[in-house]
Design a protein around this ligand. Structure first.
Ligand code: NAD
Length: 326
């Protein structure tokens, strides 16, 4: 099949070309949008990532171009109007799991860096400053960690934190019995927010979870809480969290995702003037650590993403059941 890729980065091309044996792959750097959709002309399918916009207008245009399959090379699908795709008769497939460890371990990296300030120590030492002033952290051992969403990633994260000797609280509509048996304590969200020293978000973005962490939720949290988001930016009301950072309710913020990340994350904007004032404000706090959606970026995860996406496309071509259909 002829598949047109949008939002391609060099690592996408490397890993897909490494594993592809069957299909014709055409790579474009531009994101899929109403303006760029024409690039899909002549293709059977499109392959897209987290910030490609697949609203009803784009999906209608894809249908008119004869596109039969949308292959998401990611797990989340909040950027796709799935109802519009269903009406258009276009199949939507995704990679539900590639390496939950990649994202869970990145959440741990954010926690460790914020806590032990290794990013500051690295720069200091390189400049010949061996002072320890203001580098004091805290032991994770015996701290209370709240995990919101204990699916594949949240489950791995919860086990990592248990192994570090933390008390792990969790909130999920569908508790995982094996996690409970391992020592994770399921409680209501409001109790988790009130008790946790660290809150880590691992639930998907949907209408019901949009701004899950808003002014009210932040007000319930422990003073000085560490808030970690490696899931989707829209889970957090950024303006509310900026207020909470200013009044010190939030003592540390680690985010790999940001609600307005589209057109910013994944791009080198180092020679440009940043136009997003909210992100610019976040970047001024000494206790905020931002990474640009790199939780998935491991060799293992990229290999799995390529292999599963190519298999999804081959299954569609061969009329086999689409196990990863949305
Ligand atoms: P998953 O489907 O395995 O788990 C999600 C869990 O969240 C489920 O157990 C579900 O019951 C729970 N949930 C749903 N609504 C909830 C709510 N309101 N409150 C609490 N829990 C709720 O998904 P996953 O593979 O663990 O991925 C989680 C999220 O991580 C994805 O939706 C995606 O947005 C994000 N993600 C980020 C990266 C990255 O690079 N940063 C990579 C992959 C996935």
């Amino acid at each position: 099949m002829r598949i047109v890729f949008f939002s391609t980065k060099p690592y996408d091309k490397d890993f897909f070309e490494k594993y592809n044996q069957t299909h014709e792959l055409i790579f474009h750097e531009v994101a899929l949008s109403e303006q760029s959709v024409r690039l899909a002309e002549g293709a059977d399918g499109v392959c897209v990532f987290v910030n490609d916009k697949l609203n009803a207008v784009v999906i209608d245009a894809l249908k008119n171009l004869g596109i039969r399959i949308i292959a998401l090379r990611c797990a989340g699908f909040n950027n796709v109007d799935t109802e519009a795709a269903r009406k258009a008769g276009i199949k939507v497939v995704r990679v539900p799991a590639y390496s939950p460890h990649a994202v869970a371990e990145h959440a741990l990296a954010l926690i460790m860096t914020l806590n032990r300030k290794t990013h500051k120590a690295y720069n200091r030492v390189r400049e010949g400053n061996f002072s320890l002033e203001k580098l004091t952290g805290f032991d994770l051992y015996h701290k209370t960690v709240g995990v919101v969403g204990t699916g594949k990633i949240g489950g791995v994260f919860a086990r990592i934190m248990l192994a570090l000797g933390c008390q792990v609280l969790a909130y999920d509509k569908f508790p995982d019995e094996s996690l409970a048996a391992a020592g994770v304590k399921y409680i209501e969200l409001q109790d988790l927010l009130a008790q946790a020293d660290i809150v880590s978000l691992h639930c998907p973005l949907s209408d019901s979870t949009h701004h899950l962490i808003n002014r009210q939720a932040l007000a319930q949290m422990k003073k000085g809480v560490m808030l970690i988001n490696t899931s989707r930016g829209g889970l957090i009301d950024t303006q509310a969290v900026i207020e909470a950072l200013k009044d010190k309710t939030v003592g540390y913020l680690g985010i790999d995702v940001y609600e307005q990340e589209e057109n910013i994350f994944f791009n080198d904007l180092s020679e440009q003037v940043l136009q997003d004032d909210t992100l610019a404000r976040l970047m001024t706090f000494p206790n905020v650590l931002i990474t640009s959606h790199q939780g998935f970026l491991t060799e293992e995860a990229l290999s799995q993403i390529a292999l599963i996406t190519l298999q999804n496309i081959s299954d569609f071509q061969n009329g086999l059941p689409l196990v990863n259909e949305i």
